[in-house]
Design a protein around this ligand. Structure first.
Ligand SMILES: Cc1ncc(COP(=O)(O)O)c(C=O)c1O
Length: 492
């Protein structure tokens, strides 16, 4: 117990509990709300003991699947381990206790870190300038599209169209439509890559940019990227790369050297920062020199050995986030990059690629791989053969929970029927991958010997299949006193 110790040290001769006087000044009555606006009686709020709250949330957390507890091969989400060192760095008082309104002179250390992070991202991607403001991958896309629109406006020309391959991430067409562009889809070739003939046929002087995900959502690298960017540039159109899958390219290939004009990175996918539930993430946007004037403000400028915010920028698209983005996430990404270094990052990407290919090759007998050639960070299987047993990819995903694995992404990419998209990431051991393969093979057997078992899965979870659409549209947020009152089916 610390308190008596304080007594003995601070008040010699006195024993027992003693509380030092509070330093909090008494409220100034002039700053309080007017008397007639104050409540007459305390509000009627539910009374719950701290202990009960702690137990409730601890129990819930133990029922959860997370990267820290389970293999989490959610394709397209890159659920890599978040080293605890990153958390310790972000919690340092020099970062965690800053206020966003502190003047630049008082936050020089943080500004130096953010400035350096921009430089590191430039070195990793080959781009020439970065903004760290966007709070998610999709917000990075929106920022990039605003830059594309501003660029063409500055040239005084109308470019209403964005070309997007059908293998792009789903947020790409959504962001383009939200930015006022018309989306024209490019059909992939039989190899799952951009079809140059299709691209040429749809390329015109209406096109503002091509927006491509590379590696694409099949986990395949666009091998003709140099031809693709040259074609776009010949029409004075830009190439936007959804760089959320950079976990496959670190230290191996740099988009800036492929002719990419701008891209976003998902720090929560590639640089091991927490995903959070819908945020806060970070989707920094990198651009070439030609597009730098359009970047959001403020920018961080280095003046000698000091750093300052620069709010100027005649061509800027303006702010896209309060202050300078989710700074805590940026600090974690910086810690991750500095910890791994150039060699470590390249090793992470190479391991992510090897792990995905290991799963592709060991699983393909049980479940076919439609575009079956070496992949990068993820592989996509098709479970359409299960339809004969009346089963679906959804059923397999649910059955995997019984085996103690978070389910891979299902029904995405859209160009693969009954898709199961698996992204193991670099941080999983061969033993874990083998256990996963074993579970998948067992499920393939069960699909033949006992399809009902798979169709009714999961059997070992606290709740079974929830109506997620209903839950999202009609959330039932009432206080539930006991599980019996809840509408989830609870196991005995
Ligand atoms: C390839 C790709 N692009 C864009 C996004 C969207 O990123 P966010 O969810 O951070 O908005 C994701 C998300 O996983 C992604 O995988």
């Amino acid at each position: 117990m610390a308190l008596p110790l304080i007594v003995e040290q601070s008040v010699p001769g006195r024993r027992g509990y003693w509380l030092p006087p509070s330093d909090v000044p008494a409220a100034n009555p002039a700053e309080l709300p007017p008397q007639d606006q104050l409540r007459a009686s305390p509000p009627s709020l539910p009374e719950v003991a701290e202990f009960d709250v702690v137990r409730h949330y601890t129990t819930l957390s133990q029922r959860n699947f997370s990267v820290d507890t389970h293999f989490y091969p959610l394709g397209s989400c890159t659920m890599k381990y978040n080293p605890k060192l990153n958390e310790r760095v972000a919690a340092l008082p020099g970062f965690a206790q800053l206020h966003p309104l502190q003047p630049a002179a008082q936050v020089q250390g943080l500004l130096a870190l953010l400035y350096e992070l921009e430089q590191l991202l430039c070195a990793i991607t080959g781009m020439e300038a970065f903004t760290l403001q966007p709070a998610a991958g999709a917000q990075g896309e929106l920022t990039g599209l605003k830059i594309i629109a501003a660029y063409h406006r500055s040239k005084r020309r109308k470019r209403p169209t964005i070309l997007i391959p059908d293998s792009a991430h789903g947020t790409n067409p959504a962001s383009a439509a939200l930015s006022g562009f018309t989306v024209v889809q490019l059909r992939s070739g039989p190899d799952g890559l951009i079809d140059l003939k299709e691209l040429q046929a749809k390329l015109s002087d209406d096109v503002a940019a091509l927006m491509l995900t590379n590696p694409n959502t099949l986990g395949l690298f666009e091998r003709q990227i140099l031809e693709v960017t040259a074609l776009l540039h010949a029409h004075d159109a830009l190439v936007y790369m959804d760089g959320a899958n950079m976990n496959a390219l670190l230290g191996i290939a740099r988009p800036g050297e492929m002719g990419v004009d701008l891209l976003q990175l998902n720090l929560h996918k590639t640089f091991s920062t927490p995903h959070g539930g819908g945020g806060p993430g970070a989707g920094p946007v990198g651009v070439t020199k030609a597009l730098e004037p359009f970047l959001p403000v403020p920018r961080i400028r280095r003046v000698g050995r000091r750093f300052a915010w620069d709010e100027r920028g005649a061509a800027t698209i303006g702010r896209v986030h309060g202050f300078y983005g989710n700074v805590g996430v940026l600090v974690r990404a910086y810690a991750y990059i500095r910890t791994l270094g150039r060699e470590g990052l390249a090793r992470a990407s190479r391991s992510a690629i090897i792990n995905a290919n290991y799963l592709r090759v060991t699983l393909r007998e049980a479940f076919p791989v439609p575009f079956d050639r070496p992949c990068l960070h993820e592989c996509v299987l098709t479970l359409k053969a299960l339809k004969a047993q009346g089963l679906s990819a959804w059923d397999v995903a649910k059955r995997l929970l019984d085996y103690g694995f978070y389910a891979p992404t299902v029904y995405f990419p859209l160009i693969v029927e009954e898709a199961l998209m698996i992204e193991p990431t670099e941080t999983e051991s061969k033993e874990t991958l083998d256990r996963f393969v074993q579970a998948m093979r067992r499920i393939a057997e069960e699909a033949t010997t006992d399809p009902e078992l798979v169709r009714r899965a999961p059997h070992r979870m606290v709740v079974d299949r929830l109506d997620e659409v209903k839950a999202a549209r009609e959330p039932n947020l009432r206080w539930v006193g006991s599980p019996a009152q809840s509408n989830a089916r609870v196991l005995p």
